[in-house]
Design a protein around this ligand. Structure first.
Ligand SMILES: *[C@@H]1O[C@H](CO)[C@@H](O)[C@H](O)[C@H]1NC(C)=O
Ligand SMILES: *[C@@H]1O[C@H](CO)[C@@H](O)[C@H](O)[C@H]1NC(C)=O
Ligand SMILES: *[C@@H]1O[C@H](CO)[C@@H](O)[C@H](O)[C@H]1NC(C)=O
Ligand SMILES: *[C@@H]1O[C@H](CO)[C@@H](O)[C@H](O)[C@H]1NC(C)=O
Ligand SMILES: *[C@@H]1O[C@H](CO)[C@@H](O)[C@H](O)[C@H]1NC(C)=O
Length: 630
């Protein structure tokens, strides 16, 4: 019954997704089109009057119900000239505005005062000039402001000190003068950069707690000397001299043009020759691309994906409240979280400080359409124990999946990472919550696609802890789109059910096996495949079998668990459940939904009896603050 309701709900919302074009914010759309028609960027945007603002327009993000535009991000698209009044300012729900790295000139748009909800403003690397706003306090929500590398002059208003949410401010590389504003009251401020302006010293104490690069180029001389020694503007921003190599400007220009023409013709000639030679060799108009040649030609589909590359579009799922485009993602600072079976996962921190996990897939076998279809299935799953796929990207060279980032890390890292002195033990309660949460998530996945979806890659590094410390499964449904991996090269080895000879043969019952291995991992604290001191390779499942065959013994359980009292019975019950998952014959394994019930029973019985307590007092604080790590 429940399953039906969820399926219907998804069906319904997918329907909305495809037919919901008329829910567009009409007024905002008109404002953006007016803005575009006057600004005329050199990079063409796909802002088509008849397409949906919220779902297709590059750089535009709407709120959840699609009623308003809340973010406009057009970095480096070649916007020229002044921002026309009464265009952007009509987007009164705007929270993020990024027009950085363009060639926008003119003064700071006075009508931006209408953008009351503005929180992130990025106008750096443009040609703005004139004064800064005299009263910043109209933007109560301002969190991050970057106006660096422009030609702003005049003074900096003290009203900045009333922006109680301000975290980051850069006014670097402008021509600002006068006193340094007093922002000592802003406890939220984390980054400030006033460098390379004509501001008067001395450097106040509050500013000195920031790195000295924040106030480089500010003169530490008394203000009265100002009129005598105006420091030069940043030399790199000065107008070029009229003479190069002693030639007049006109002559130089002619020379440059001539050189360009020659270079372009030469390039065209070389390309033409290459093309003709290839055509002769292959007898048809195939494009030189190894992968395409293997497939035997350029499908129209490929052209489409190329065109989309130019627009750098990520495909977001409905209800996703992120606002960034591919360019932002590629620019974001990234850190490798792990190399998995199907690719490498990075943590990317976007400029508005959101963190996302980005998986870069290698060896995708599926074509664009199959890939998209699978992504729609995966992205359609909304469940508290399934890590939500927020967006994906498909092009010839790059396939990306964007997920929420989980700061508590994976079960693998909590279980096996840092087994040294500073280790924070993983208590029994949490282990139970991980197991039950993950089982619920997998059980939900198994309902998807008419009860046919397979996770295919269950392992402890694909299970994360959410903020309530429940297990959440990730990385599902990829076996269907990836090139098959044969057993020896796969790092999944320890989790792989015996009947699975290559990754495409994964089934829901092999998922149960893999889940059983994760349970054993939680119980024993041991990796599925590990080596002993004597270099002997131990298979966790076989090892547990051998220990258990001798007699039921406490030796099998993680030493870390022995500190808790009153849980022996539960541990034994859980061990039995785990053993039932890893039996050889697939049809003898329980189904995921049965497992949820069985484990919840174990948990409920405990809730009714005594709470487990650590044996010593000072260990009680261990679970309080998990570190931000992976
Ligand atoms: C806008 O979209 C419509 C239909 O989707 C198409 O016919 C038209 O050519 C597009 N216009 C531009 C300028 O791309
Ligand atoms: C600022 O943000 C809060 C929530 O973060 C929102 O409720 C409010 O409407 C925003 N705008 C202003 C002007 O405070
Ligand atoms: C700022 O620059 C403009 C010209 O770009 C100039 O007219 C104006 O006087 C300058 N203002 C200050 C305060 O220096
Ligand atoms: C502002 O922009 C500049 C140039 O893109 C960048 O180097 C700097 O980190 C940014 N500063 C802040 C505080 O966002
Ligand atoms: C200021 O300009 C200089 C020279 O162009 C550059 O090296 C520096 O990174 C700029 N500072 C910021 C914060 O963008």
């Amino acid at each position: 019954m429940e399953a039906w309701r969820i399926c219907l709900c998804i069906f319904f919302s997918l329907g909305l997704l495809f037919h919901g074009g008329n829910a567009d914010p009409v007024q905002d759309k008109r404002a953006l089109l007016e803005f575009l028609s006057i600004m005329r960027p050199t990079r063409s945007l796909n802002w088509n009057e008849s397409s949906s603002v919220c779902k297709t327009w590059t750089g535009v993000t709407c709120n959840q119900d699609g009623s308003r535009v809340i973010a406009v991000r057009l970095p480096g698209v070649g916007l020229n000239g002044q921002i026309p009044p009464n265009t952007i300012s009509r987007l009164s729900a705007l929270r993020v505005l990024s027009l950085r790295s363009n060639r926008i000139s003119g003064q700071f748009p006075a009508d931006f005062v209408e953008l009351k909800d503005l929180a992130f403003l990025y106008l750096q690397y443009n040609d703005f000039s004139g004064p800064l706003p005299s009263d910043f306090s109209v933007w109560k929500n301002l969190t991050s402001v970057n106006l660096s590398n422009n030609g702003f002059n005049g003074t900096v208003s003290d009203s900045l000190s009333r922006l109680t949410r301000l975290q980051s401010l850069s006014l670097a590389n402008n021509s600002l003068s006068g006193d340094i504003p007093d922002l000592s009251v802003l406890s939220t401020l984390q980054h400030i950069d006033l460098s390379n302006n004509n501001l008067n010293g001395p450097i106040p104490n509050w500013l000195q707690r920031f790195p000295s690069s924040s106030y480089e180029g500010i003169r530490v001389i008394p203000p009265r000397d100002l009129s005598i020694s105006q420091p030069p503007r940043d030399p790199t921003r000065q107008k070029p001299k009229a003479h190069f190599l002693g030639l007049s400007k006109t002559l130089f220009l002619l020379l440059v043009i001539a050189v360009c023409i020659v270079a372009v013709s030469a390039l065209a000639f070389v390309l033409a020759v290459c093309y003709l030679r290839r055509k002769l060799r292959h007898g048809d108009g195939m494009i030189s691309d190894n992968k395409l040649q293997k497939k035997g030609g350029m499908s129209p589909e490929k052209f489409v994906s190329r065109m989309e590359d130019a627009n750098n579009r990520l495909s977001f799922f409905e209800g996703c409240n992120y606002s960034f485009d591919l360019e932002d993602l590629l620019r974001a600072s990234a850190e490798v979280l792990g190399k998995g079976t199907f690719g490498t996962t990075y943590k990317a921190v976007l400029e508005d400080a959101t963190s996302v996990a980005v998986k870069r897939l290698k060896d995708v076998a599926a074509g664009k359409r199959d890939f998209e279809q699978q992504m729609e299935i995966i992205g359609g799953i909304k469940h508290e124990n399934v890590v939500e796929l927020k967006a994906y990207y498909y092009s010839k060279d790059e396939k990306l999946m964007v997920y929420d980032y989980f700061s508590l890390g994976s079960v693998a890292s909590l279980l096996h990472g840092n087994r040294g002195e500073n280790r924070i033990p993983l208590d029994w309660e949490t282990r139970m919550k991980i197991a039950i949460g993950a089982a619920k998530g997998i059980s939900r996945i198994h309902e998807e696609n008419n009860g046919k979806l397979v996770h295919g890659n269950i392992k402890s590094s694909n299970i994360f802890l959410n903020s309530e410390r429940n297990g959440c499964v990730s990385d599902l449904g990829l076996t269907a789109v990836m090139s098959p991996l044969a057993p020896p090269i796969s790092r999944q080895a320890g989790y792989r059910a015996p009947e699975v000879t290559d990754t495409r043969k994964s089934s829901q019952l092999s998922d149960v096996y893999s889940f059983g291995v994760v349970l054993l991992e939680l119980l024993t604290g041991k990796s599925p495949i590990h080596t002993t001191a004597g270099d002997e390779i131990i298979h966790l499942v076989r090892w547990v079998h051998s220990v258990v065959r001798e007699e039921w013994t406490a030796e099998v359980f993680d030493i870390e668990l022995l500190r808790y009292t009153n849980i022996e019975e539960e541990m034994v019950e859980m061990l039995q459940i785990a053993m039932s998952c890893v039996v050889k014959a697939p049809d003898q394994r329980p189904r995921m939904s049965d497992l949820v019930r069985l484990m919840e029973n174990v948990g409920n019985r405990r809730a009714a009896s005594l709470e487990p307590k650590p044996k010593s007092e000072n260990e009680a604080s261990e679970t309080s603050t998990p570190s931000e790590q992976i």
